[in-house]
Write a protein that binds this ligand. Structure first.
Ligand code: CMP
Length: 136
């Protein structure tokens, strides 16, 4: 049985800066993801702080929010069968050094901060994150 889901994906500043936007979108497409919404934006640090609020108590929170707001990003709603888990598998481990061969973070990630892509970690968070960027 099919289980079509939507998830939020972000191409982070390190990847946009290296002109990897189209290459990464192509990886999503060949893996069956449909990009149903997308926009290229630069956000304020205060918006990044809201987006990453779940990490508020973590030692890396401040750097993470500075980083996400440091340059243009591409935010996308991806749709696919089991999109949330499928996207996480395609991205690979948060730390590119631990990511498996063939994953986006293994291929493009520079460090745990500059790990090229973000993806929602659950269906519940996907809804919240999609609303965050695309509620009009
Ligand atoms: P992302 O999937 O966007 O979610 C939170 C981000 O925090 C994560 O990717 C990493 O880029 C960043 N981060 C920095 N340090 C850590 C850490 N020690 N553990 C998890 N995430 C971290």
């Amino acid at each position: 049985m099919s289980n079509i889901e939507q998830t939020l994906s972000i191409i982070k500043p390190d990847a946009v800066e290296r002109n990897l936007e189209n290459e990464i979108k192509e990886i999503f497409k060949i893996n069956g993801f449909k990009i149903v919404k997308e926009k290229k934006i630069q956000i304020e640090k205060t918006e990044a702080e809201k987006f990453y609020k779940v990490h508020e108590t973590k030692p890396f929170y401040n750097d993470l929010c500075s980083y996400l707001s440091s340059g243009p990003i591409v935010v996308m709603v991806l749709e696919n069968d089991n999109a949330v888990l499928g996207n996480r598998e395609l991205m690979g481990a948060t730390n590119p050094k631990e990511a498996k061969e063939g994953t986006i973070r293994k291929k493009y990630g520079i460090s745990i901060d500059k790990n090229s892509v973000h993806g929602s970690d659950s269906l519940e968070n996907a809804k919240v994150e999609i609303d965050f960027f695309f509620k009009d």
